[in-house]
Write a protein that binds this ligand. Sequence first.
Ligand code: UT7
Length: 416
Amino acid sequence: MAQHAYSRRLPSGRVIHTTRPRDMRYAHIVGWGMEAPSQVLTNADLEAIVDTNDEWIMARTGIKERRIAEQRETTTSLATRAAQNALDIADILPSDLDLIIVATATPEYIFPSTASMVQDYLGAKKAGAFDLSAACSGFVYGLQMAAGQIQTGVINTALVIGAETLSRVLDWSDRGTCILFGDGAGAAVLQGSDKPGGVLSSVLRSDGSGWDMLTLPTVSSRDTYLQDGEHEMHRIYMDGKGVYRFATRIIGDSIKQALQQIGLEPADLSLVIPHQANQRIMDYVSKTLKIAPEKVYSNVANYGNTSAASIPLALAEAVEAGRVRPGDLIAMVGFGGGLTWAATIIEWSALPTRSTLSVNWGRRQGEYALAGVRRPLKRWWRRLMLLSPTTWIVTARRILTRRRLRKAQNEPGQDQ
Ligand code: UT7
């Protein structure tokens, strides 16, 4: 694509300078949604599980309570509910979606992807779907992947979800981790437009030399085949202090780098939505960027650290609370396992309006219902089609043999 210089004066007087392909479109966030399990685990509840107390947790993390998924709730079900809420706000149909990305560290299966299952539950017939593994940075990574596809005209509408059920992979005897994490999901719908704005710049980074600072071992990990594998399978391990140092080092700098790409400064930001890991880490954002603490959104007190879900969950709450308005420049920054980190700058364009009474609302419910009917029918059809002639003959013989045996058993004198 031919490049052209792009510069635009913002209402604040600042000018954005960048270059982009001539036919490039803009990727706007047009829908947002969240889903949090109703079960609450307070710091007082934790006192009965591990040697900890409310004062320590509040002082060191700022967390008061977190949500814990009930048995019937899964990463997929939380992701699907968050997605439906985001589709309501965007007022579009599941069948309008071209791509679904789910950022998660706690998928139900390594494959199929959670995204494919969400695609099926929503009835998003023409969407591609995949999971993205970048731990707590996953949502910002996913946002940039989707925005890139939209900006270059490959697709028009994408759904990016961050969803976790971390309570299922916590070591409930490790007070260094089990007090931190919670379950939940958040989602954003992105759509292409010729109107300037939306996702303006992003910084995606990784330092794999720190891979062992935050791990969740699964099949084929060295912890499985090494006799002296240090960490338990399917349990989170974290070098808390190491990750803390890393997080405070990159959290402000990565936002500055993303701002520099478009010639802006921290003072131009209306709101920063950081990964909700620890209030003390988030306090570094205002210190490093020299912005007012009120400009850094935090809901860590209510949900704890929900990994990939924390940023979209905070975004949905911030927009609904009127903290984000059209024309605002907002930054999101994620960091975590990998090590990975990612920052993005967004020029907000959508109003917080819920359109549940629209014509599309009814059509959405129809598509969800149809997906529920189609699922078992497709499965049965697939099973029938997969049976080869030999399998048909073997199955028929088996049925006949079983019938003959039953008949013989019922004939008089058989029990003598
Ligand atoms: O989402 C991925 C990114 N993750 C993060 O960003 C997490 C980053 N790390 C952190 O947030 C912090 O390091 C923690 C909250 C995990 C820990 O806070 P800290 O201030 O680094 O505490 P510490 O590990 O240095 O422990 C200080 C003391 C220790 O006792 P001693 O050795 O000084 O006697 C710990 O044993 O606090 C003790 N301690 C606790 N006490 C009560 C550790 N955990 C607890 C606890 N309750 N839950």
